[in-house]
Design a protein around this ligand. Structure first.
Ligand code: SDX
Length: 425
């Protein structure tokens, strides 16, 4: 076995080096504290592997993203989202018969419990749809108390989570605009069902335009998984204490909501609109993003892992042009986004820090073209990421190395002192 040497206070320690199927080396420090008395200090876990996983492979330097070994470029735009979801969760592509049964179960299990539909009547009118989504997903388990029991059917929970996340999203939108709920149909694909549930009017048959159905399939696949990102790591953290899958995923939804993570797609649109309202002076905002004293960041730019380009952003940039052209849409915000990207990629500040457009930079333009309201962009991210969260929850539940996640710390507080009795009035 390969080892690394650690020398501390003239003592020498050997640390095993492990590697996965892509030969990425890692120090196995599981016995570090026991053998050396040391822990590691790694804010944001930028250098720390929390687990072994066979779901998604990312190479940030080469801009590689693969789901179960398949390059993202071969899946996005070429397969239905529900087929890619099956691949991610079960590790292989479904046969046609398996696909049709899987799609049918996703639809049949996408009906929210009738009592839970009433919850929509009692959220604040100001409630953000991500707020509603995390609360509703966590509440699903209250209607299935046998979850985790010996006869529990995990496949049905998977069907419910993937099926109902789109129903909750669509119903929260319909409620917000005062429209009646539209229910899914087994003769529609996952994406066609969602678009129909969002935009159909009961007064007439609503045919989902193919260009929109295919664009949504591609968007959802691009967001499906991204190894140990913040929200997936949150799902794993909560799952490690043996919380049920609904509670774990609900926590992931809340982590995704943050503007540094999934909330960035909504923040990008807000940023582009702000620049548009400010005379489209995009160069001014590139300069603002460089100033230390200015909290403004170029939303949709930068990534912890990708240091050359985010392959998803490349796919999205082309898709935005194709879809908007086919739909006959001219969006001035797209021109601003392209100008921002062009100026930033030539600027030393961004080049030195390896800041490139990430998945959130162009996705909002496409969601907007599909008629999705800006405050729902991160909800769409959650719909796409659901199969990834489920796949990681399942992988973790079977992991022989599974332990409750409990990081250590470097203590910087008060050292020992004694309480001097104070008589408070
Ligand atoms: C997602 O992890 C994943 O895989 C996430 C995701 C997924 O699929 O799950 O890919 C989805 O969350 C994409 C990221 C969406 N977030 C944004 O677009 C928000 C804007 N980007 C940043 O806040 C930032 O780039 C992060 C959060 C994405 C990454 O942060 P890091 O890795 O902690 O990097 P950092 O903040 O330490 O930045 C390094 C330097 C700093 O400058 P210096 O202190 O070295 O001078 O780059 C600067 C930062 O100030 N910087 C930016 C910037 N991003 C980083 N400066 C201006 N604009 C930016 N967007």
């Amino acid at each position: 076995m390969k080892t690394a040497k650690l020398i501390l206070d003239d003592k020498e320690y050997e640390i095993p080096v492990v590697a996965g199927t892509e030969n990425e080396p890692a120090l196995d420090i599981r016995k570090l504290r026991d053998t050396t008395g040391l822990i590691t200090y790694d804010p944001g876990y930028a250098n720390t592997g929390s687990c072994k996983s066979g779901i998604t492979f990312i190479d940030g330097d080469r801009g590689i993203l693969r789901y179960r070994g398949y390059p993202i470029e071969e899946l996005a735009g070429n397969v239905r989202f529900s087929a890619a979801a099956y691949l991610l969760i079960y590790g292989r592509m479904p046969s046609e018969a398996e696909f049709m049964e899987w799609r049918k179960q996703l639809t049949l299990n996408s009906f929210i419990h009738a009592s839970q539909v009433n919850f929509f009547d009692n959220y604040s009118v100001h409630a953000h749809p991500m707020n509603i989504l995390s609360a509703m997903v966590s509440s699903i388990s209250s209607f299935y108390p046998h979850i985790g029991g010996e006869n529990d059917n995990m496949d049905q929970h998977i069907h419910r989570l993937i099926g109902q996340v789109k129903t909750i999203a669509a119903f929260s939108y319909r409620k917000s605009v005062g429209l009646p709920y539209v229910y899914p149909r087994t003769d529609h694909s996952y994406s066609a069902n969602f678009l129909r549930m969002m935009f159909a009017t009961p007064a007439e048959e609503y045919v989902v335009p193919k260009v929109m159905e295919n664009a949504l399939d591609m968007l959802l696949i691009l967001h499906m998984d991204h190894e140990q990102n913040c929200s997936t790591s949150t799902v794993r953290m909560v799952a490690s204490s043996m919380s049920n899958i609904y509670a774990s995923v609900s926590a992931g939804i809340n982590a995704l909501w943050g503007r540094l993570h999934g909330g960035a797609n909504e923040a990008v649109l807000t940023m582009l609109q702000r620049i548009a309202d400010d005379g489209s002076d995009y160069k001014k905002y590139v300069e603002m993003a460089k100033r230390k004293d200015d909290p403004f960041k170029l939303m949709g730019f930068g990534h912890r892992v990708y240091k050359n380009f985010d392959p998803r952003s490349k796919i999205l940039k082309k898709a935005v042009d194709d879809v908007l052209t086919e739909m006959g849409i001219q969006d001035p915000l797209l021109d601003i986004a392209k100008n921002l990207e062009e100026v930033a990629l030539k600027d030393d500040f961004f080049i030195e820090r390896k800041l490139y457009p990430n998945v959130d930079f162009y996705s909002g333009i496409l969601y907007r073209a599909l008629g999705i309201p800006t405050e729902m962009f991160t909800v769409l991210f959650a719909i796409g990421r659901m199969p990834g969260w489920i796949a990681h929850w399942l992988e973790m539940s079977k992991d022989p190395d599974l332990r409750i996640q409990r990081p250590r710390q470097v203590y910087t507080g008060e050292t020992l002192r004694h309480y001097e009795k104070t008589i408070y009035p």
